[in-house]
Design a protein around this ligand. Sequence first.
Ligand code: IMP
Length: 477
Amino acid sequence: MSFWKETNMDTLITFNDVLLLPGLSSAEPKDININSRITLRFSLVLPFVSSPMDTVTEEEMAIELARQGGLGVLHRNCTKEEAVHMARKVKRAESFIISEVFTIRPDETVKNATELMNQYNVHGLPVLNDDENLIGIVTWRDIRFADDNLKVTDVMTKDVITATDEVSLDEAKTILHKHRIEKLPIVDSNGKLNGLITIKDILLKGKYPNAVRDNEGRLLCGAAISPFDLDRAKALDKYADILVMDVAHFHNENCFRGAREIMNNVSADVIVGNIGTYEAAIDTLSRLEDVAGLRVGIGSGSICSTSMVTRAGAPTLFATLQVAKASTELGSKVPICSDGGIKNSGDIAVALAAGASACMMGNIFAGCRESPGRLIALEGKYYKQYYGMGSIAARKARFSLDRYSQPSKDIAEGVEGFVPYRGTISDVITELAGGLKAALGYVGARDLDELKQKAKFGILTPAGMQEMQPHDIITPK
Ligand code: IMP
């Protein structure tokens, strides 16, 4: 046995082991900016990302999180078609100009138009002839009291007010107001339909000033992929801005090969991971030149039993420090997303100070109203279901089995349980952002770059860990 290994052992520090030391500060919370970057191309208003897990992120979570300034990563424990369907919903949720418009033919019946509007939750359909030219628009108001058997052509508005895609947001508002209409089809010089502007989307845009959007004004969307499923990656590429590799141990020749092939075939930014060591970061950054982000941390997840089953792991704080070191040495600007084990805004501050640009959270977001997990009442309190993607519950769906590379797929690397219900995303985000800004205030940093430069960690003793949290009080039930 080699004693060299023993004497050079790393200390695998975790969030609970450290505190940020307070520093000279002139920053007031209102001056503090926590904008960040999730990939080389995309920025976030808030450095919060939801985990791709089927009890955490489906379209509702992704839409709400993007509206608030963070990013949702849709899970992959479903068919390719279901994943694409979720991503489409995120993209259609609100945009200044909707490019994928639901339309109808003039000879369809009013009954069909009603069904389409109900199915797709829209209140109007542009009417196209066989040459795909716009010849009318039929809205909910036109068909509400109309006979089901009438044709669309009998009830539609024929003199449609339109605009071209040069129209600005303000011009569109003026046109909608002037003509007292709710929908403005966008056509090209030949009368072909190119998009649709709706009052609903314009109003929503004002309601969410922090929303993160693509350059067409649609909400930013992330989606999980496997390095071994090029088909899914290509299918999602049309809708998702960011594709997130979803394997427990990415530092693997097969994963590198798969990721390289995917990156050669998609235009979305690709985040790879999970990785947990200096060596993994060096290999990833030097061998995969198109990497747009790194997902970092192995074994810290609150539902993770990987290190119990295998005694392998790289806790998220340790992993973040390791990857940040490698990345600095290589002069890389690829953003790091710390993933797993984050319990509160203090842990977020520590991860960002250690070199991350964003934090991925499962447990915290699983407790929100917008997560897909089941809500249950237990002894007078509400809880939401939460389980690991390597748990038996998740494995039953069988679409993300390749996250783990065990010889037997019967070995679970995740557990199942419930987390306290936390309320809406909006409430949770407000709390996290407030706590994070306060942390920057203590360190004396005005933004996340300054946090990285100024932050100093201190290691807590076990006695300190006890003292540095509420103690010696009784909390009445
Ligand atoms: P949490 O926020 O501490 O609950 O950690 C969530 C993270 O745990 C996810 O983003 C994944 O990286 C990871 N994870 C998800 N499912 C499993 C699992 O079954 N085993 C191990 N890690 C998991």
